[in-house]
Design a protein around this ligand. Structure first.
Ligand code: ASP
Length: 337
């Protein structure tokens, strides 16, 4: 057997074991996943298909819903939905037009996860607009989960993605203005935020998720946030539900936020309760300086219930269900100054 094939087979076996382990743990006696009750709830699902996304991204959710309505699955929907924002040059926190790092380089992070627990991710990807699609290719066409930097870019080119300059004139101007003072401070809510995390449930009740971003504006060269880290920026467990995060990635990584939300739902919390508890874990850390940064979560469970919550006012979730595509302002933790 050739080495490459061996590695692929070996890793597929590993994946098989990992998925097996997940399913076993889903069926522990405290879990409702996989029970008769849960299966009946799924059979009676109303309001499918359903799409939710971080921030105000109605065009993206509309695209995802179009995919679902025309028979596409949840994975196709989240990929196509995220691509809308990646291509939108006006959005300065994702894809083309994203704000660069402090050296003027636009570097993208993205990941995607399907109903079977397969996932793919790219970090520090340059010159390729559709990072989410490269992440999907990593998932589907390699034995790996994550590709970084030049390797990710060369892989994308080998798959037919066209390299291009992602630094638009507007983002270059903003960076040049920033350089005058060069202060590095996370901004609590970027107006017209377009960093996008999306979760979709198709008509079969199957869930997939994706997340794509240019990360924090003016970050240090090489910085990677939560968005491409499976379990932090995104986690999907088709037996339980899914979650996606936005905001200051460092704080999400420290609490493995999206995995935490899914595990809390597994223990019986609603998506709303689970998002609130995950935010509580961040703000209640000793010496937490949560007043200075934003984190927001959105989540969905297997019954099609959704939740969204953030540290500060200003976060929102876009939800497309039963013909309504609407922006819902999120409840938040920090109510007084
Ligand atoms: N979570 C992203 C990061 O830290 C940024 C964001 O969602 O605003 O890279």
């Amino acid at each position: 057997m050739k080495r490459r094939k061996f590695i692929k087979n070996a890793s597929l076996t590993g994946v098989g074991l990992a998925v097996g382990a997940t399913i076993t743990s889903c069926e522990d006696k405290n879990s409702k996943a996989g029970t008769k009750e849960n299966k009946e709830a799924i059979a009676n699902l109303q309001g499918l298909p359903l799409v939710i996304a971080t921030w105000h991204v109605k065009e993206a959710t509309a695209k995802a819903m179009e995919v679902l309505q025309s028979g596409g699955n949840a994975l196709d929907a989240v990929e196509q939905g995220c691509r809308v924002e990646e291509a939108n040059e006006k959005g300065q926190s994702v894809g083309k037009g994203g704000l660069p790092d402090r050296d003027g380089n636009v570097t993208l992070d993205a990941c995607i996860m399907d109903k079977n627990g397969n996932c793919g991710s790219v970090v520090y990807l340059q010159n390729i607009t559709h990072a989410v699609s490269v992440a999907r290719k990593v998932m589907e066409d390699t034995p790996h989960v994550m590709l970084a930097g030049e390797g990710a870019k060369q892989f994308a080119i080998s798959k037919g993605f066209q390299p291009e300059n992602l630094l638009t004139e507007a983002s270059k101007k903003a960076w040049e203005k920033w350089k005058v003072e060069a202060k590095y401070k996370p901004i609590i809510n970027i107006e017209n935020h377009d960093t996008i995390g999306m979760l979709a449930m198709d008509k079969n009740g199957d869930i997939s998720g994706a997340c794509t971003t240019s990360g924090l504006a003016y970050k240090m060269g090489g910085r990677v946030g939560d968005s491409p880290i499976i379990g932090s920026g995104l986690f999907v467990d088709n037996e339980v539900g899914a979650c996606v995060a936005t905001g200051l990635g460092e704080e999400v990584v420290k609490t493995v936020g999206s995995f935490l939300v899914v595990e809390l739902m597994r223990q019986g919390k609603s998506p709303q309760e689970a998002c609130e508890e995950a935010i509580n874990r961040i703000v209640s850390k000793p010496n937490s300086n949560y007043k200075d940064f934003q984190v927001g979560y959105i989540a969905i469970n297997k019954k099609g219930e959704t939740g969204h919550y953030s540290i500060h006012e200003g976060f929102s979730m876009t939800k497309f269900q039963d013909g309504n595509n609407e922006q819902l302002m999120s409840d938040f933790y920090h109510k007084s100054s």
